[in-house]
Design a binder for this molecule. Structure first.
Ligand code: CP
Ligand code: NVA
Length: 313
């Protein structure tokens, strides 16, 4: 009998307990990897197709290595190869791929496209970033905060910059797990209303708070975490000139970081645009955890794959 599959398209679809289940599994698998240099082959002979409509370093390599460390196999399908929705209908791609592999990870422009893949594929579909959100990034962010502070609940997490896909998933992580989320960016660039309303509902359950503060210096007062990301996401290239004029007041630089708690950490999903949303001084400074955070993509996704493919969500 076919076991009902579980997709990972958004943190919004997972309970706080399920998110913690993935994070705790990630901690165990990271510990096993660091202690012994290997992982138990939980996903022996299982395979992951990785469909990319956009470039990637972290998502591509960390998923590929995660599968390999867990005894499975992953392969890359770039934009030129399958032409998702162009050369072939998404519903057809989904049904064909599902006959070859145990799971699909997809990085798409339009969030509706990863939802459509999931609707048609009989195997789990993982969202490797869409225009709406980036839930795999948020798992690594949660793991990094948990490792650093020993908790997520009650932290003050301030996202400075564009209310983009990364901001949406971070906001949902905070709202689900009880951290206080502050968004600080220019008017007109807030996270989408639908995402904000969802976050409000999660916050009511968890005791989290959600705030918008236009002044980044006020926003970061007492912050435990300052988080930023590019001002121009992939697919927004034609808006670059306008955005580069609007966003400079939201640069994460030493003066801004000095207003947060002295114990605050600085996070960035990467790739970073040094000298724009973050300065070299901050990125390479003592409060930056950006490389630990990037490395945690590997471990967080092992937790996710183990839950989705190895043990059931
Ligand atoms: N943070 C992140 O998703 O990086 P890549 O675009 O390199 O995958
Ligand atoms: N917001 C960025 C994240 C890249 C990982 C983008 O969508 O380009």
């Amino acid at each position: 009998m076919m076991v009902k599959k579980r997709d990972f398209l958004a943190l919004a679809d997972y309970t706080p307990e399920e998110i913690w289940g993935i994070l705790h599994r990630a901690v165990e698998l990271k510990d096993e990897w660091q202690r012994t240099g290997r992982n138990t082959p939980l996903l022996k002979d299982q395979s992951l197709a990785m469909v990319f409509q956009k470039p990637s370093l972290r998502t591509r390599v960390s998923f590929e290595m995660a599968m390999q460390h867990l005894g499975g196999y992953a392969f890359y399908l770039g934009p030129q190869e399958i032409g998702l929705g162009k050369r072939e209908a998404i519903s057809d791609v989904a049904r064909v791929l599902a006959g070859y592999v145990d799971a699909i990870m997809a990085r798409v422009f339009d969030h509706a496209h990863v939802e459509e893949l999931a609707r048609w594929a009989e195997v789990p579909v993982i969202n490797g970033l869409s225009d709406y959100n980036h839930p795999c990034q948020a798992l690594a962010d949660g793991l990094t905060m948990y490792e650093h502070f020993g908790r997520i609940q009650g932290l003050k997490v301030v996202f400075v910059g564009d209310g983009n896909n990364v901001a949406v998933s971070l906001m949902h992580l905070c709202a689900k797990l009880g951290a206080h989320f502050v968004f600080s960016g220019p008017e007109g660039y807030d996270p989408p209303r639908k995402a904000w309303e969802l976050a409000q509902a999660f916050a009511q359950e968890s005791g989290a708070t959600l705030t918008i503060e236009r002044d980044p210096y006020k926003a970061v007062e007492d912050a435990d975490v300052i988080y930023t990301d590019t001002w121009v996401s992939m697919g927004q290239e034609e808006e670059a000139e306008k955005r580069l004029q609007i966003f400079p007041p939201y640069q994460v630089n030493a003066a801004l970081v000095a207003r947060a708690k002295p114990t605050a950490i600085v996070m960035h999903c990467l790739p970073a645009h040094r000298g724009y949303e973050i300065t070299d001084e901050v990125m390479d400074g003592p409060q930056s955890v950006v490389f630990q955070q990037a490395h945690n993509r590997l471990h967080a996704q092992k937790g996710l794959l183990a839950v989705l493919l190895g043990e059931g969500a």
